[in-house]
Design a protein around this ligand. Structure first.
Ligand code: SAM
Ligand code: SF4
Length: 326
């Protein structure tokens, strides 16, 4: 099987697939309270179309996929997409990113359909605060959701926390302590200047070095020295004897473009080779015309930028990650 390497020597084998631009949350840092201008239904790829795209890209080196959004679990019968992707020869790993609200109810079905693992976002462990950050009062306990995912056999379980100074950074220690009791990977993400930033500023960004310094007060934290299974750019640490790890994802203080192995498919079928670039290739229309997507994909990868310019961009000048399959 072919492996595609871009002009900077990066093996591109990982596709993040957004299945919807909609969401049942309105996270402070992501989606405006009033929502966004949603894609018309007819513009959104069907599950069959997504599976067909993945089927055409797998012989070109695609090995792993992640289902994301928006909130993927609000799209009906998500398990049928998982089953279709599982049936594509060459796809070794199927992951899901979710806000976790429906995880408890759906974990077993998704696992049975072929889901391998899950990343769950959780910005607080306290119900009123979850509602305040998500701007939705949906009863939801992240610890129960993660436990349900573990019980269903999803592995590894990663919990993503966007750290915001003065909003949830007083819970860093509580989140980190979860890794002392559970085999979960809690990842602290630096807030990025993307999305709905009417209530957030640079002052809310907590640099990862500060996070590590603060966590060291609750226990000896050592770098694990290796990646935890997955594709991500996180740097992992472990408390002595802990079953889980603490990861740091640092888009604001370190870039990891040189090892970027991923591309993205938006809900309306555009291939984006860089999260923060404007360049996107329409795969949906050629697919609907019955054309071969291989040459378009090869061309798009040849143009994958060396790095993004996030730090030079104006705060608020970018689209929400929910629109681009964050
Ligand atoms: N709805 C799912 C979820 O929340 O996990 C999947 C889509 S969401 C856009 C993917 C990830 O992007 C989440 O972990 C979320 O916390 C992160 N994210 C969104 N906007 C962000 C921002 N401005 N800064 C840092 N992370 C952000
Ligand atoms: Fe929805 Fe995820 Fe964005 Fe929150 S981060 S608004 S859960 S898409």
């Amino acid at each position: 099987m072919t492996t595609l390497v871009d002009q900077f020597g990066r093996r591109i084998e990982y596709l993040r697939i957004s299945v919807t631009d909609r969401c049942n949350f309105r996270c402070l840092y992501c989606m405006p309270h009033e929502g966004l201008e949603w894609l018309p239904k007819g513009d959104i790829l069907s599950y069959e179309e997504i599976a067909s795209i993945v089927g055409q890209l797998a012989p070109l080196g695609l090995r792993r996929v992640r289902i994301t959004g928006g909130e993927p679990t609000i799209r009906p019968q998500l398990e049928s997409l998982i089953a279709m992707l599982r049936a594509v020869p060459g796809i070794e790993d199927i992951a899901l990113s979710t806000n976790g609200v429906k995880l408890e109810a759906m974990a077993d079905t998704m696992r049975a359909a072929g889901l391998d693992r899950v990343n769950m976002s959780a910005d607080s462990l306290r119900s009123e605060r979850i509602a305040a950050i998500a701007r939705r009062s949906i009863p939801f306990d992240p610890v129960r959701a993660a436990q349900a995912a573990q019980n269903a056999g999803l592995d590894p379980i990663k919990i993503n926390v966007v750290v915001m100074r003065g909003i949830n950074d007083d819970e860093l220690e509580d989140f980190a302590r979860l890794t002392m009791e559970h085999p979960w990977h809690v990842r602290f993400i630096e807030l990025m200047p993307v999305g709905d930033l009417r209530s957030l500023t640079w002052e809310h960004v907590v640099p990862s070095d500060e996070i590590v310094g603060r966590l060291a007060r609750i226990g000896a934290l050592r770098p694990t020295g290796g990646p935890t299974r997955g594709n991500g750019p996180a740097k992992y640490h472990r408390f002595d004897g802990a079953p889980g790890t603490v990861g740091l994802i640092t888009p604001m203080t370190h870039t990891y473009c040189e090892t970027c192995n991923r591309v993205r498919l938006t809900a309306d079928g555009r291939l984006r080779t860089c999260l923060f670039g404007d360049h996107a290739v329409n795969l949906r229309d050629p697919l609907r015309r019955g054309e071969d997507l291989g040459p378009l994909y090869v061309q798009a990868l040849a143009e994958k930028p060396r790095e993004h310019a996030l730090l030079q961009m104006q705060v608020g000048g970018l689209r929400a990650l929910s629109e681009v399959g964050g």
